[in-house]
Design a protein around this ligand. Structure first.
Ligand SMILES: Nc1ncnc2c1ncn2[C@@H]1O[C@H](COP(=O)(O)OP(=O)(O)OP(=O)(O)O)[C@@H](O)[C@H]1O
Length: 339
């Protein structure tokens, strides 16, 4: 897998906009511009990690830590040159970053992808054993934080976010990349209340020939939102797993809970033998939009990958759901007929 990313990155460096970005990294490396506010980090960080990061002409001022994941820490930063807020993700690695498949995946996707519902890269800053990714700042944080801090999402916003995410995944699949880690914590909400897909560290090439998929053989991510084929621990086609996860996100937005919980064995058992189950309050809702969301969840979260819709069908369905408010009755009946 590392070789596969290395080949892809090497070929792209010659060709595309990543070339510009990597050149930029060198320039930035010379006239380095990061300021770390050590006082705000010292208490919860290894201060030795930061000693080489203090510079004299800071471009970015670190304001606060806003996230911490398996791969790094994320800070809200102020860009003095542009007078704007950004998010900075710090990733540590040994050797060259291209040898780390997770960092390569993130670098590749953020460099290459341009889509209104995919978080926008500002720049990379490369230092020895460290890569900083500066990206647009999503003011409302991730959907999990948003929901758990008592913000209910209305059913029309749920459908709007779903449609935006489906469009982002459709775009990524059309670039032959599967995300593989679509969870509420990787869906960010901007100040304009748009949903954007972030965290491309588990993204993987999925090949052009859909009848001959490149199978994935790493079984990572948050199992509560992952498809059964990932939890089963045998090589899987990564494209259908993104569809399952879109259904999981929809479930989470509607109920404020993950669709499955417990041990891996319990989750897998329930996914394959019981199926997705929704609270009665939701199933019996008289809200037509909620009815459509419930149908869509069931449509997407099908354990058998052969029965699960592909991203084109999902996008087609989401276009109906997105227009629901225009002509509720007609569109709903069309949509329901389709599923
Ligand atoms: N651009 C951004 N704007 C605002 N918040 C962000 C941004 N990027 C990341 N975050 C916050 O930081 C959290 C972790 O970010 P991210 O998922 O990219 O890190 P990670 O180390 O790859 O995490 P994981 O272990 O889930 O893979 C996000 O859930 C979100 O709350």
């Amino acid at each position: 897998m590392v070789d596969r990313w290395r080949k892809i990155i090497d070929s792209i460096v010659k060709l595309e906009n990543i070339e510009k970005k990597i050149n930029q990294m060198d320039e930035i490396n010379v006239s380095l511009t990061i300021n770390l506010d050590n006082s705000s980090l010292e208490s919860n960080d290894d201060s030795s990690v930061h000693t080489d990061e203090i510079v004299h002409r800071p471009k970015y001022k670190i304001l606060e830590e806003i996230g911490r994941g398996g791969f790094g820490r994320i800070y809200k930063v102020y860009n003095r040159h542009k007078d704007g807020l950004y998010a900075l993700k710090r990733l540590c690695f040994e050797g060259e970053f291209q040898d780390n498949k997770y960092i390569s995946a993130e670098v590749y996707c953020l460099s290459k992808f341009k889509h209104p519902n995919i978080i926008i890269l500002e720049e990379f800053i490369l230092k020895p054993n460290r890569l900083y990714i500066i990206m647009e700042y999503a003011e409302f944080g991730n959907i999990e934080q948003y929901v758990t801090s008592n913000h209910n999402i209305s059913s029309s916003d749920i459908l709007q976010f779903f449609s935006q995410l489906t469009s982002a995944v459709h775009y990524s699949h059309s670039q032959n990349i599967a995300h593989r880690d679509i969870t509420p914590s990787n869906v960010l909400l901007t100040s304009k209340f748009d949903a954007k897909l972030a965290d491309w560290g588990l993204a993987t090439p999925c090949g052009v020939d859909r009848s001959n998929p490149i199978l994935s053989d790493d079984y990572l991510g948050d199992y509560r939102y992952q498809a059964p084929e990932v939890i089963r621990n045998s090589p899987f086609d990564p494209l259908p797993t993104d569809i399952w996860s879109l259904g999981s996100i929809l479930y989470f937005m509607l109920t404020c809970n993950p669709p499955f919980e417990g041990s891996e064995a319990t989750i897998l058992h329930n996914q394959t033998n019981v199926g997705v189950s929704l609270p009665d309050s939701v199933v019996n809702s008289s809200d037509k939009l909620v009815n459509v969301i419930v149908k869509t969840i069931k449509f997407l979260m099908v354990a058998d990958t052969n029965e699960r819709p592909n991203i084109e069908t999902t996008l087609y369905s989401s276009s109906f759901t997105n227009d629901l408010e225009n002509d509720m009755h007609d569109i709903e009946s069309q949509f329901l007929l389709n599923i």
